[in-house]
Design a protein around this ligand. Sequence first.
Ligand code: PEP
Length: 253
Amino acid sequence: MTLSSTTPRPLIAGNWKMNGLSAALDEARAVAAGLDRQPAAARVAVFPPATLLHRLAQAVEGSFVLVGGQDCHHKASGANTGDISAEMVADAGGKLVICGHSERRTDHGETSPQVAGKAEAALAAGLEPIICVGETLDLRQSGQAVAFVVNQVRESLPLSLAGQAFNVAYEPLWAIGTGHTASIDNIVEMHAAIRAELISLFGEQGRGVPILYGGSVKPENAREILAAPDVGGALVGGASLKAKDFLAIVEAA
Ligand code: PEP
């Protein structure tokens, strides 16, 4: 990836989803060790399940690996059984948090305004949010993908993000966990549309906000995707579970 002096380093984010028991901490340690041997051109973050967040943060402490939560509630505390707040993510050692992943939107009915509330909570807790957007296959096939995603950006990003560090992740639902990656043309078209909306919402700041691509990123396709215009990193699911594959993607950045 070609970087100008004002372009932030790409972010390679590994989303473990609902995977990982104690033994998986060794994979995180292996990522940290791999980066120590060869400091990366990218920022690297791992998003374990909430049960491992604190121990993983301790396991990689002092390394180049950042740690984050996969979700947070929009409130700081309360009667919300099973949820965790942004403050809790930060207290456990998290520096970032994913907001509005499509699996949260689909499985838990999260709406874009709710995602915006989570991003607000993340900022209040000092976390850097990664706000996810993406269209279904039906929307893509009916030619509505760009309009839908741009609207998601508008509704999911609170204006309080102005002046704060944050990222957007474009993840077409039909590419997540399916092995089908979006074409480079699809990615470039969508990232340009998201960029235009970011500039319209945040002015000059919108030019530098990293837009990550997610959807079946693997060592074999990472280099081409990460070299595409306006791709500021990758949100990686399946291929982030093994340190060797994840490090190969980091190396491609
Ligand atoms: C994801 O978890 O956001 C994701 C893109 O998953 P995968 O890389 O497995 O498609």
